[in-house]
Design a protein around this ligand. Sequence first.
Ligand code: GLN
Length: 243
Amino acid sequence: MLTVCHLYPTLLNLYGDRGNIIAFVRRCRWRGIPVRVREVNLGETVEFKGIDFLFLGGGSDREQGILTGDLRRHASALAAAIEEGLVILAICGGYQLLGLYYQPLVGPEIPGLGILDLYTRAGTKRLIGNVVIETKLDGEKVRVCGFENHSGQTFLGNIKPLGRVLKGYGNNGRDGFEGARYKNVFCSYLHGPLLPKNPALTDHLIRLALARRGMDCPLSPLDDSIEHLANKVMLNRLGVAKG
Ligand code: GLN
């Protein structure tokens, strides 16, 4: 049984981010892999050792400000779980909060957990639009598409990006990087939601979660023809179709 945890589902769930949980769960169940979902809200406790896939969605500056104090209660347990290989997907606002801080355009700095070596500062121009990035999953190049809408510009320290921007802005619109990746933590600005649009990434996360529980086996194939077609349409529309 895999356990999925949605941290702050009412606060961190922008632009249908919950679809990431749905995609993860469905693609497990379609293969007969039992999976359950736990929602953890403000003030509640969570035992990260019992979690296989942790999801933090996007949230507005206001929502980030509301939850950052509560999130801090989990900081050391979460940092330890990350070192031990917990599989995490963090999108946009959730991504920013794993870093050192987020400085909004107005108002005080929102401190992050400081687990990942990155920081975010709001720019005057919102970075909005469709995005395509190239990343590597198990050594294979994959084009991942999604939608971004953020004022935060993220800069990476000693941490790898998730991918290279082919279209769109990514982390800051300047250095060509998108997202961040550390151990089994995947961070991205891509809404969409990300996982339903990119089944290869979803399956990669499922495989990592299973492997962490000692079940390191190939996943049975599913019919992804519609997802691949949708992906192809977007790549064509954005002028970054594979040659
Ligand atoms: N508040 C953050 C920003 O605008 C995050 C927004 C989001 O999660 N989409 O940068």
